[in-house]
Design a protein around this ligand. Structure first.
Ligand code: GTP
Ligand code: MG
Length: 387
């Protein structure tokens, strides 16, 4: 008899309310609690709930929300214990869906290298040389650099590996990103001028790299200068050792590469070491599925609206995707690569400029692809309200 009943009900559990009433069970429900939801999850008829509420002077309809404490109290009359879970913010829901990401197409990815160091020690000059050394002659001058990061194919031995260099983060941007918990870099190149040595911002940079837990490669730059004497170099190696960067020269593990951005010395050595370090890290990412990344820098460009320079970290970012980035959201109108060229999609470790956000996000904000504009909007609005 019972079996025929349950079959008629299409396999659905039979009269759950009765079981709960009889046994006095526990019901998990999330805020906000509407009378309707309370009824469906406990099996107690909405009319009964409303009548009880009415008796205590609370007049509601089925679709109204009932206060959490009241709902808990009320359910005790039926011997039901409510376990109420707080309403999750739209942002938290999105973040959670990415934290529990199911890999679609996991592959090795390019390392992301950030150059840090004291003012004027030669960070930009070194990057320029790294970039030019690897861009075909004649092309170099003509390239419009659209983003603050770029990819360089690095040849070390037989393998060729693309390395992504991030140009913007002077240590301030890096601090900002760190404070937001954004981890964009895999390796730090610490530039120290051989005629100057370890300076306040060098120490700050070391601390940033340490707290990010990423390996540090030192570029002892301006080695061409006459002040770059052996004595001076040994003194600097001592300063580095004081900050736990014991050089390979001194029997430690920190690679200290002598470079000159001006005379183009040691650039390939530096790239070889980066290639080697990257190999050790065995970096992997999902090349399929919804994309996520981090904002490196963002601003308003005349006639273009908000432009965000970002780094894709997981998944495939596509033109037309709905995205949320901090307090900005929208639909990607254009993806622009480091050469100023529009592309339709991009995978992990690719730096890009994106157009289509309604507001300028902040450096270090995570960027997520979501299913709908509505989802993106509610998350971005939460951020705006918090601010
Ligand atoms: P900020 O971005 O201001 O922190 O400076 P930076 O670290 O990017 O230094 P930048 O590359 O702008 O170089 C500062 C100065 O040092 C410039 O005048 C460069 O020409 C000079 N310079 C950089 N590298 C070398 C080098 O290897 N040898 C010599 N002699 N001069 C260098
Ligand atoms: Mg610079």
């Amino acid at each position: 008899q019972a079996r025929r009943d349950s079959q008629k009900r299409d396999g659905k559990p039979t009269v759950r309310a009765k079981t709960l009433k009889q046994t006095g069970g526990k019901v998990v429900i999330s805020e906000p609690i509407s009378v309707k939801e309370l009824s469906s999850s406990t099996g107690i008829k909405a009319n009964e709930i409303l009548r009880k509420l009415d008796l205590s002077g609370v007049v509601l309809t089925v679709n109204d929300n009932i206060e959490t404490s009241q709902a808990m109290e009320l359910m005790m009359e039926w011997g039901i214990e409510l376990e109420v879970t707080e309403q999750q913010s739209a942002e938290a829901t999105i973040v959670e869906s990415f934290t529990s990401r199911e890999m679609v197409n996991e592959q090795s990815r390019s390392p992301v290298v950030t150059i840090l160091g004291h003012v004027d020690h030669g960070k930009t000059s070194l990057l320029d040389k790294i970039r030019k050394a690897n861009v075909a002659d004649g092309e170099a001058g003509g390239i419009t650099q659209a983003t603050s990061a770029f990819c360089v194919p690095v040849k070390a031995g037989e393998t060729e590996r693309v390395v992504t260099f991030i140009d913007t983060p002077g240590h301030e941007a890096f601090t900002e990103m760190r404070s937001r918990g954004a981890k964009v870099t895999d390796i730090v190149v610490l530039v120290v001028a051989a005629d100057d040595g370890v300076m306040p911002q060098t120490i700050e940079s070391i601390n940033h790299a340490k707290s990010a837990g990423v390996p540090i490669v030192v570029a002892l730059n301006k080695i061409d200068k006459e002040q770059a004497t052996d004595d001076n170099i040994q003194r600097i190696l001592g300063q580095l050792a004081e900050h736990d960067l014991n050089s390979v020269d001194w029997g430690g593990t920190t690679e200290v590469i002598r470079t000159s951005a001006i005379k183009e010395i040691g650039i390939q050595d530096l790239l070889d070491i980066l290639d080697y370090q990257a190999e050790l890290l065995e970096l992997k990412a999902d090349f399929g599925g919804a994309a996520e990344g981090s904002v490196i820098e963002a601003h308003i460009a005349e006639g273009r609206g908000p432009v965000a320079n970002i780094l894709v970290q997981q998944g495939k970012l596509k033109k037309g995707d709905f995205i949320v980035a901090g307090k900005g959201y929208g639909r990607i109108r254009a993806l622009i690569d480091e050469n100023g060229k529009q592309v339709n999609e991009a995978g992990p470790s690719t730096p890009l400029a994106i157009l289509g956000l309604n507001a300028v996000p902040e450096a270090g904000d995570k960027i997520y692809v979501v299913k709908s504009l509505k989802e993106a909007e509610s998350s971005a609005k939460e951020r705006t309200q918090q601010a």
